[in-house]
Design a protein around this ligand. Structure first.
Ligand code: HEC
Length: 172
């Protein structure tokens, strides 16, 4: 009898955990449930602020908050990557379609001055890695967006690394 009781408890616990796992999976918003933004600075901003808040994303691996940056981005940087980008980073692959990199730029005295974003959209700009570029002021107003020459020209130094300066080399 004791044994049967034990099995029943184990069964209930197992069933409970399956239900819980399913419920959690339903609650956590994943990038697949919200439509990805188009090549549009306003849509992109709404997505990274409201639908899939970038501050809840992981930081670029091995880069803490407020690491040392270079011109033109600012003295201190904090870089967040969405799940899609993180997956590519871990596999050391070119960034997959839907990857978003959001970088907060700060002055030396930790004043937040701008947000710079790279968002990969398949077929958007095949001549330059299909990146949509955007720069926002601290209020979220876009000051540059799209196929921004200044961004592309400088980041082209890293053309063979999917236009990315940070982190290890990526392969096709
Ligand atoms: C003069 C060169 C230069 C220009 C112009 C430039 N960047 Fe960068 N960018 C860098 C460097 C260098 C890094 C690596 C971080 C650092 O050292 O500041 C970087 C990093 C980044 C990153 C993090 C991913 C990565 O490549 O490491 C993003 C996102 C980014 N830049 C967006 C932009 C956007 C958007 C623009 C245009 C508005 C822009 N950048 C213009 C040089 C540049």
């Amino acid at each position: 009898m004791k044994k049967v009781y034990g099995f029943m408890v184990a069964g209930i616990l197992f069933f409970g955990s399956v239900v819980m796992a399913y419920a959690i999976h339903e609650i956590i918003p994943s990038e697949t449930q919200v439509a990805m933004p188009g090549p549009n600075a306003g849509q992109l901003n709404e997505y990274i602020v409201r639908f899939d808040p970038y501050r809840a994303w992981e930081l670029w691996p091995k880069k803490g908050k407020l690491y040392k940056g270079t011109e033109p981005h600012g003295s201190l940087l904090t870089t967040f990557v969405n799940n899609t980008a993180m997956h590519s980073i871990k596999k050391k692959k070119m960034m997959a379609d839907g990857s978003i990199i959001v970088k907060e730029n700060y002055t030396a005295d930790k004043k937040f001055v701008a947000l710079t974003v790279m968002y990969k959209i398949k077929g958007y700009n095949p001549n330059a890695g299909d990146w949509f570029w955007a720069k926002y002021d601290p209020d979220g107003k876009a000051v540059a967006s799209g196929k921004v020459d200044a961004c592309i020209n400088c980041h082209s130094k890293k053309k063979d690394n999917d236009y990315i300066f940070t982190g290890e080399a990526m392969k096709k």
